[in-house]
Design a protein around this ligand. Structure first.
Ligand SMILES: [Zn+2]
Length: 191
């Protein structure tokens, strides 16, 4: 396993929120994030555990999602200094800290908490902590932005050989089909 399971859940949730809450492209189509009254429900769909999100918490998490997108974009572009600066600012603003938690009958586990345990600050602190562990290890390259232009959805590469380049299977097949058509039209035939 690449990441501890708690960290893996945090990174997956961060990816879900970035892709749901930031504008750009999803596949070949423009994507506009939900706004106003639609925002809390969009977040409730991404967060595990069937939680209820207030408008204030939703706005906080939407702002976190924009910062997390900047981290993924910086890592994809090889600008690690920029990524680290955004993550460090997020650590400070959320009061992120490790804590030992245990479920009854289970061993103690390292979890991440924020200055308070609200949904917005708690999850944002968790994202900041998980990104810290990824970028501060040799796993920073696992944070990616889809390379199937114009798509800009983000992903965490959990493949064994770190070969992932796309946010989804549909983006992967769109790029492969385009490359195939290009080869056919250039007369070189199928490879
Ligand atoms: Zn994509």
């Amino acid at each position: 396993m690449l990441f501890d399971s708690h960290v893996a859940i945090l990174l997956d949730t961060a990816v879900g929120l970035v892709n749901a809450l930031t504008d750009g492209h999803q596949g070949s189509r423009p994507y506009t994030a939900p706004r106003g009254d639609a925002l809390p429900a969009a977040i409730e769909e991404v967060l595990p555990g069937g939680v209820t999100v207030s408008m204030d918490e939703a706005l906080y998490l939407a702002s976190t999602a924009l910062k997390v997108r900047r981290v993924f974009e910086a890592m994809e572009a090889g600008r690690e200094d920029d990524a680290a600066a955004v993550v460090n600012a997020l650590i400070i603003s959320t009061g992120a800290r490790p804590q030992l938690d245990r479920a009854p009958g289970e061993p103690w586990q390292v979890h991440f908490h924020g200055a308070d345990d609200s949904i917005s600050v708690g999850w944002s602190a968790g994202f900041a902590s998980a990104l810290t562990l990824a970028i501060g290890s040799d796993l920073g390259g696992r944070l990616g932005v889809c390379r199937a232009e114009p798509c800009d959805r983000v992903y965490v590469d959990s493949s064994r050989n770190a070969v992932r380049q796309f946010c989804s299977r549909s983006c992967q097949s769109r790029v492969k089909a385009a490359a195939f058509r290009a080869r056919m039209s250039s007369g070189s035939g199928p490879a």
